[in-house]
Write a protein that binds this ligand. Sequence first.
Ligand SMILES: Cc1cc2nc3c(=O)[nH]c(=O)nc-3n(C[C@H](O)[C@H](O)[C@H](O)COP(=O)(O)OP(=O)(O)OC[C@H]3O[C@@H](n4cnc5c(N)ncnc54)[C@H](O)[C@@H]3O)c2cc1C
Length: 429
Amino acid sequence: MYEELNTAMSRDESISMLKKEVHELAVKDLRPISLQLDKMHPQEVCEKGSPYYEAHKKIKQMGLHRMYTRKEYGGLESTPEEIHVVLEEVSWASMGFGGGLGVDMCCMAIITLTNDILGGSVSEMVDDIVTPWLEDDEGKYHGCIPWVEPEHGSDIIGACHLPDELIVGYGLRAPVRMDEEGDFWVLNGMKAPWTTSGPTATHGAVIVNAPPHESIADATLAFVPFELEGVRKGPALEKLGMRDEPQGEIIFDNVKVPKEYVIVIPGLWKSLGGTILALLNAGMGALYTGLGRAAFEEALKYAKERVQGGRPLIEHDTMKMRLAEMFMKVEACRSYSRAAVSYSHEKVFKETEMDFPHGICFACKAFCTQQAFEVASEAVQIHGGYGITKDSVVEKLFRDARMGLIMDGCNRVLTLTAGWNLQEAYSLE
Ligand SMILES: Cc1cc2nc3c(=O)[nH]c(=O)nc-3n(C[C@H](O)[C@H](O)[C@H](O)COP(=O)(O)OP(=O)(O)OC[C@H]3O[C@@H](n4cnc5c(N)ncnc54)[C@H](O)[C@@H]3O)c2cc1C
């Protein structure tokens, strides 16, 4: 286990205990299941009886999914420090499970946050959806966030902070859309196959284009239970990394969603979307700190075992330097992402302020995923030929690290979006 540089955290017994408990879960259950799933066909991962469900059940049994929800709703209302510890430990074991936990929690955070902002006006969703999900310790429910569409990826991500004229110029006229019909909103269209946990999810917080369907500015959110008639799922995606957490498209074919499950507020995506993305991106920084640390630890272990030139690798000076450089990157990720998780958490959940500089969190995600990718790549290099074999853990970590440069927004697009946001928000006074 790493040396805790934050002495307030190392002195806090409940944080130390939490770290120990989640790390034990990570070592004993999550890492072994993750390695097993990585070698399976994506469709097999989703099938009934797959060890995938056992991993998510363990996460739910420990109550980790309740971290972001306020006590008033029945959640744990964990501190940002606790949240960071959990995200880092889970993704130390498996970036897939970390991502799966993230999207599952995100669905519910959207509902409770909206309920807080709108003074209790989506309380039916809280009772019908949030409460059973919070009480679930068998892994019965799992959420996803089908946002990106086959024709619109970065458009949707970037739209949160681009000026209005550019957003309209993007021409997002016909993504997944909905139209009013009696007591329902009727959804039609298809979400991209990149939706994390799509094939296994029981529900989704879907970004959907509301009338007048002119641009992304009309995007809003519908909460869709996937047992509704007309919801179909594409096959689980065959992909490079994060094979332990399936992805796949969700298709809506005249799906009648009850009006109580739809939040129709013009410009919602531009305001709430940016905030949710900021929370997600700060969390991504924490997740990729865990992955980077896992890669560093594998490299350190191997460098102590592998003998070359008559000595263990670690006794060669250049190897000490390479490991120290990896260590610096992991510590920098932990430090930045803890700050971003804490800052965004305070703003959103304590101060109910949505309009903080989201760019701080977008930049955090771009930074941490890039560092984790470099650390994972160096870990493969330190393992030499063994590092490219399926028997090594670093081979998987490297593939999982590559996903992070695209997930939750391509890093260049996030950096550009951060630039737009920060040029307005950064005070030189
Ligand atoms: C592991 C993983 C998990 C994901 N999970 C989810 C999920 O749960 N839900 C969901 O909705 N989506 C999810 N995604 C989708 C993800 O958000 C998108 O893949 C991402 O936003 C990029 O969109 P795209 O793939 O359409 O690429 P594009 O937007 O088509 O981008 C292609 C390339 O063009 C560049 N580019 C794009 N726009 C511009 C521009 N204006 N100027 C210059 N260059 C540009 C990009 O940097 C990129 O290199 C996931 C993706 C991954 C990899």
